[in-house]
Design a protein around this ligand. Structure first.
Ligand code: NAP
Length: 241
Protein backbone atom coordinates (compact mmCIF):
# COMPACT_ATOMS: atom_id res chain seq x y z
CA UNK A 1 0.00 0.00 0.00
CA UNK A 2 1.09 3.59 -0.58
CA UNK A 3 1.33 5.62 2.62
CA UNK A 4 1.49 9.30 3.53
CA UNK A 5 3.54 10.28 6.57
CA UNK A 6 2.15 13.43 8.19
CA UNK A 7 4.32 14.89 10.94
CA UNK A 8 2.30 16.59 13.67
CA UNK A 9 -0.79 14.75 12.44
CA UNK A 10 -2.54 14.63 15.80
CA UNK A 11 -4.06 18.09 15.80
CA UNK A 12 -4.90 21.19 13.74
CA UNK A 13 -3.73 21.33 10.13
CA UNK A 14 -1.97 17.98 10.38
CA UNK A 15 -5.11 16.15 11.54
CA UNK A 16 -7.15 17.66 8.67
CA UNK A 17 -4.37 16.69 6.22
CA UNK A 18 -4.42 13.09 7.53
CA UNK A 19 -8.18 12.85 6.98
CA UNK A 20 -7.93 14.39 3.51
CA UNK A 21 -5.11 12.14 2.30
CA UNK A 22 -6.92 9.08 3.68
CA UNK A 23 -9.95 10.06 1.57
CA UNK A 24 -7.62 10.03 -1.45
CA UNK A 25 -6.83 6.35 -0.81
CA UNK A 26 -3.49 6.63 0.98
CA UNK A 27 -2.66 4.75 4.15
CA UNK A 28 -1.82 7.31 6.81
CA UNK A 29 1.06 7.35 9.26
CA UNK A 30 0.09 9.83 11.96
CA UNK A 31 3.16 11.23 13.67
CA UNK A 32 2.92 13.27 16.86
CA UNK A 33 5.13 14.11 19.80
CA UNK A 34 3.06 13.58 22.95
CA UNK A 35 -0.70 13.87 22.42
CA UNK A 36 -1.56 10.22 21.86
CA UNK A 37 -5.29 10.59 22.55
CA UNK A 38 -5.68 13.25 19.84
CA UNK A 39 -3.70 11.13 17.36
CA UNK A 40 -5.77 8.05 18.26
CA UNK A 41 -8.98 9.99 17.57
CA UNK A 42 -7.76 10.92 14.07
CA UNK A 43 -6.78 7.30 13.36
CA UNK A 44 -10.14 5.99 14.64
CA UNK A 45 -12.04 8.43 12.38
CA UNK A 46 -10.06 7.34 9.33
CA UNK A 47 -10.50 3.66 10.09
CA UNK A 48 -14.24 4.15 10.73
CA UNK A 49 -14.50 5.71 7.25
CA UNK A 50 -12.90 2.62 5.70
CA UNK A 51 -9.34 3.98 5.53
CA UNK A 52 -6.00 2.81 6.89
CA UNK A 53 -4.17 4.70 9.62
CA UNK A 54 -1.57 4.04 12.25
CA UNK A 55 0.28 6.04 14.89
CA UNK A 56 4.02 6.63 14.80
CA UNK A 57 5.13 8.91 17.65
CA UNK A 58 8.54 10.53 17.44
CA UNK A 59 10.15 13.90 18.03
CA UNK A 60 10.96 15.30 14.56
CA UNK A 61 13.82 17.35 16.00
CA UNK A 62 15.66 14.26 17.30
CA UNK A 63 17.71 12.42 14.70
CA UNK A 64 17.78 9.22 16.79
CA UNK A 65 14.04 9.29 17.41
CA UNK A 66 13.26 9.85 13.70
CA UNK A 67 15.59 7.12 12.48
CA UNK A 68 14.48 4.56 15.08
CA UNK A 69 10.76 5.09 14.40
CA UNK A 70 11.08 4.96 10.62
CA UNK A 71 13.32 1.91 10.74
CA UNK A 72 10.74 0.16 12.89
CA UNK A 73 7.97 1.13 10.46
CA UNK A 74 9.90 -0.11 7.43
CA UNK A 75 10.76 -3.41 9.14
CA UNK A 76 7.10 -4.13 9.75
CA UNK A 77 5.84 -2.97 6.31
CA UNK A 78 7.87 -4.85 3.75
CA UNK A 79 5.38 -4.50 0.83
CA UNK A 80 4.47 -0.90 1.63
CA UNK A 81 6.08 2.42 0.84
CA UNK A 82 5.82 6.07 1.81
CA UNK A 83 4.97 8.03 -1.34
CA UNK A 84 3.85 11.26 0.34
CA UNK A 85 5.58 13.16 3.13
CA UNK A 86 3.98 16.20 4.73
CA UNK A 87 6.43 18.07 6.97
CA UNK A 88 3.82 19.78 9.12
CA UNK A 89 5.06 19.55 12.72
CA UNK A 90 5.78 23.03 14.02
CA UNK A 91 5.65 25.19 17.11
CA UNK A 92 5.51 28.90 17.93
CA UNK A 93 7.40 30.53 20.80
CA UNK A 94 6.91 34.22 20.08
CA UNK A 95 8.95 36.96 21.71
CA UNK A 96 10.56 40.19 20.61
CA UNK A 97 14.12 39.37 19.63
CA UNK A 98 15.57 41.61 22.33
CA UNK A 99 13.86 39.42 24.96
CA UNK A 100 14.11 36.11 23.15
CA UNK A 101 15.63 33.26 25.16
CA UNK A 102 18.17 30.97 23.53
CA UNK A 103 15.78 28.05 24.10
CA UNK A 104 12.96 29.86 22.30
CA UNK A 105 15.22 30.41 19.31
CA UNK A 106 16.46 26.81 19.15
CA UNK A 107 13.16 25.07 19.94
CA UNK A 108 11.40 26.70 17.01
CA UNK A 109 14.26 26.33 14.54
CA UNK A 110 14.93 22.73 15.56
CA UNK A 111 11.34 21.60 15.25
CA UNK A 112 10.74 23.14 11.83
CA UNK A 113 14.14 22.96 10.18
CA UNK A 114 15.92 20.00 11.81
CA UNK A 115 12.57 18.20 11.66
CA UNK A 116 12.36 18.77 7.91
CA UNK A 117 15.95 17.60 7.45
CA UNK A 118 15.86 14.45 9.58
CA UNK A 119 12.49 13.16 8.36
CA UNK A 120 12.96 14.04 4.69
CA UNK A 121 16.43 12.53 4.49
CA UNK A 122 15.11 9.29 5.97
CA UNK A 123 12.06 9.03 3.69
CA UNK A 124 13.62 10.32 0.47
CA UNK A 125 15.63 7.20 -0.32
CA UNK A 126 12.53 5.10 -0.94
CA UNK A 127 11.00 7.79 -3.16
CA UNK A 128 14.17 8.09 -5.27
CA UNK A 129 14.42 4.33 -5.68
CA UNK A 130 10.80 4.03 -6.78
CA UNK A 131 10.99 7.18 -8.90
CA UNK A 132 7.90 8.81 -7.41
CA UNK A 133 7.27 11.00 -4.42
CA UNK A 134 5.48 14.05 -3.11
CA UNK A 135 7.03 16.17 -0.37
CA UNK A 136 4.95 19.02 0.99
CA UNK A 137 6.41 21.41 3.55
CA UNK A 138 4.09 23.51 5.69
CA UNK A 139 5.73 26.93 5.80
CA UNK A 140 3.92 30.15 6.73
CA UNK A 141 3.07 33.69 5.69
CA UNK A 142 5.50 34.58 8.49
CA UNK A 143 8.34 32.99 6.49
CA UNK A 144 7.50 35.09 3.44
CA UNK A 145 6.97 38.54 4.95
CA UNK A 146 8.47 38.24 8.45
CA UNK A 147 6.28 39.06 11.44
CA UNK A 148 7.35 41.04 14.51
CA UNK A 149 7.71 38.84 17.59
CA UNK A 150 8.48 35.85 15.38
CA UNK A 151 12.14 36.21 14.36
CA UNK A 152 12.66 32.54 15.28
CA UNK A 153 9.54 31.32 13.49
CA UNK A 154 9.98 33.58 10.42
CA UNK A 155 13.61 32.43 10.11
CA UNK A 156 12.65 28.76 10.38
CA UNK A 157 9.86 29.03 7.82
CA UNK A 158 11.92 31.13 5.38
CA UNK A 159 14.69 28.54 5.62
CA UNK A 160 12.16 25.80 4.94
CA UNK A 161 11.13 27.60 1.75
CA UNK A 162 14.79 27.80 0.68
CA UNK A 163 15.27 24.11 1.36
CA UNK A 164 12.12 23.35 -0.64
CA UNK A 165 13.56 25.12 -3.70
CA UNK A 166 16.96 23.45 -3.38
CA UNK A 167 15.66 19.92 -2.83
CA UNK A 168 13.12 20.26 -5.66
CA UNK A 169 15.99 20.68 -8.11
CA UNK A 170 17.96 17.78 -6.64
CA UNK A 171 15.19 15.21 -6.94
CA UNK A 172 13.21 16.33 -9.99
CA UNK A 173 15.01 13.87 -12.31
CA UNK A 174 13.53 11.05 -10.21
CA UNK A 175 9.97 12.46 -10.48
CA UNK A 176 9.86 13.47 -6.83
CA UNK A 177 8.26 16.90 -6.37
CA UNK A 178 8.87 19.20 -3.40
CA UNK A 179 6.58 22.11 -2.65
CA UNK A 180 5.69 24.37 0.24
CA UNK A 181 2.39 25.73 1.44
CA UNK A 182 2.33 29.09 3.23
CA UNK A 183 -0.83 29.50 5.33
CA UNK A 184 -1.91 32.79 6.84
CA UNK A 185 -4.18 32.72 9.92
CA UNK A 186 -5.80 29.28 10.20
CA UNK A 187 -7.98 28.19 13.14
CA UNK A 188 -6.10 25.68 15.31
CA UNK A 189 -4.60 25.30 18.79
CA UNK A 190 -1.62 27.32 17.53
CA UNK A 191 -3.77 30.40 16.85
CA UNK A 192 -6.38 30.05 19.61
CA UNK A 193 -4.65 32.65 21.81
CA UNK A 194 -4.73 35.27 19.03
CA UNK A 195 -7.29 38.08 18.92
CA UNK A 196 -9.28 36.66 16.00
CA UNK A 197 -11.96 39.37 16.06
CA UNK A 198 -9.38 42.08 15.40
CA UNK A 199 -6.91 40.16 13.27
CA UNK A 200 -9.55 38.95 10.83
CA UNK A 201 -10.09 42.60 9.82
CA UNK A 202 -6.62 42.47 8.25
CA UNK A 203 -7.63 39.59 6.01
CA UNK A 204 -9.25 40.62 2.69
CA UNK A 205 -11.57 37.58 2.85
CA UNK A 206 -12.57 38.73 6.34
CA UNK A 207 -11.99 35.54 8.31
CA UNK A 208 -9.43 33.01 9.54
CA UNK A 209 -9.03 29.94 7.33
CA UNK A 210 -10.09 26.41 8.19
CA UNK A 211 -7.65 23.52 8.51
CA UNK A 212 -9.71 21.66 5.88
CA UNK A 213 -8.99 24.41 3.34
CA UNK A 214 -5.25 23.91 3.80
CA UNK A 215 -5.76 20.15 3.66
CA UNK A 216 -7.50 20.45 0.27
CA UNK A 217 -4.46 22.24 -1.17
CA UNK A 218 -2.10 19.66 0.32
CA UNK A 219 -4.34 16.95 -1.12
CA UNK A 220 -3.88 18.40 -4.60
CA UNK A 221 -0.11 18.71 -4.20
CA UNK A 222 0.01 15.11 -2.97
CA UNK A 223 -1.92 13.82 -5.98
CA UNK A 224 -0.62 12.66 -9.34
CA UNK A 225 -2.38 15.67 -10.92
CA UNK A 226 0.18 18.12 -9.50
CA UNK A 227 3.04 16.43 -11.38
CA UNK A 228 4.38 19.58 -13.11
CA UNK A 229 4.56 21.76 -9.98
CA UNK A 230 7.79 21.67 -8.00
CA UNK A 231 9.92 24.07 -5.98
CA UNK A 232 6.84 26.25 -5.53
CA UNK A 233 5.44 27.94 -2.42
CA UNK A 234 1.67 28.36 -2.55
CA UNK A 235 0.08 30.91 -0.24
CA UNK A 236 -3.27 30.16 1.36
CA UNK A 237 -4.09 33.24 3.37
CA UNK A 238 -7.42 34.81 2.40
CA UNK A 239 -5.55 37.52 0.49
CA UNK A 240 -3.35 38.67 3.39
CA UNK A 241 0.18 39.20 2.06
P1 NAP B 1 -0.95 22.82 16.34
O1 NAP B 1 -2.44 22.76 16.34
O2 NAP B 1 -0.25 23.46 17.47
O3 NAP B 1 -0.38 21.32 16.14
C1 NAP B 1 1.00 21.11 16.11
C2 NAP B 1 1.26 19.66 15.77
O4 NAP B 1 2.69 19.47 15.69
C3 NAP B 1 0.77 18.68 16.82
O5 NAP B 1 0.31 17.51 16.15
C4 NAP B 1 2.03 18.37 17.64
O6 NAP B 1 2.01 17.08 18.25
C5 NAP B 1 3.07 18.40 16.53
N1 NAP B 1 4.44 18.62 16.99
C6 NAP B 1 4.95 19.72 17.61
N2 NAP B 1 6.26 19.55 17.86
C7 NAP B 1 6.58 18.30 17.42
C8 NAP B 1 7.77 17.52 17.41
N3 NAP B 1 8.93 18.00 17.91
N4 NAP B 1 7.73 16.27 16.86
C9 NAP B 1 6.58 15.78 16.35
N5 NAP B 1 5.41 16.46 16.34
C10 NAP B 1 5.42 17.71 16.87
O7 NAP B 1 -0.41 23.59 15.04
P2 NAP B 1 -1.13 23.90 13.63
O8 NAP B 1 -1.73 25.23 13.70
O9 NAP B 1 -1.93 22.74 13.19
O10 NAP B 1 0.18 24.05 12.73
C11 NAP B 1 0.64 23.02 11.87
C12 NAP B 1 1.72 23.58 10.97
O11 NAP B 1 1.18 24.65 10.22
C13 NAP B 1 2.92 24.15 11.73
O12 NAP B 1 4.10 23.88 11.03
C14 NAP B 1 2.64 25.64 11.74
O13 NAP B 1 3.82 26.38 11.87
C15 NAP B 1 2.00 25.80 10.39
N6 NAP B 1 1.19 27.01 10.26
C16 NAP B 1 0.06 27.17 11.01
C17 NAP B 1 -0.69 28.33 10.86
C18 NAP B 1 -1.95 28.59 11.63
O14 NAP B 1 -2.50 29.69 11.51
N7 NAP B 1 -2.45 27.64 12.42
C19 NAP B 1 -0.28 29.32 9.95
C20 NAP B 1 0.87 29.12 9.20
C21 NAP B 1 1.58 27.95 9.36
P3 NAP B 1 1.32 16.83 19.73
O15 NAP B 1 -0.17 16.80 19.49
O16 NAP B 1 1.84 15.51 20.18
O17 NAP B 1 1.74 17.99 20.59
Amino acid sequence: MNYALVTGGSRGLGAAICRRLASQGLGIIINYRSNESAAREVADDIIASGGTAELLPFDVSSEESVDAALEMWEDSHSGDRITVLVNNAGIREDNLLIFMQTDQWHNVINTTLDGFFFVTRRVLKGMLTKRFGRIINIASLSGLKGLPGQANYSAAKAALIGATKALAQEVAPRKVTVNAVAPGFIKSDMTKDLDEENLKKLVPLGRFGEAEEVAALVGFLASAESSYITGETISINGGLY
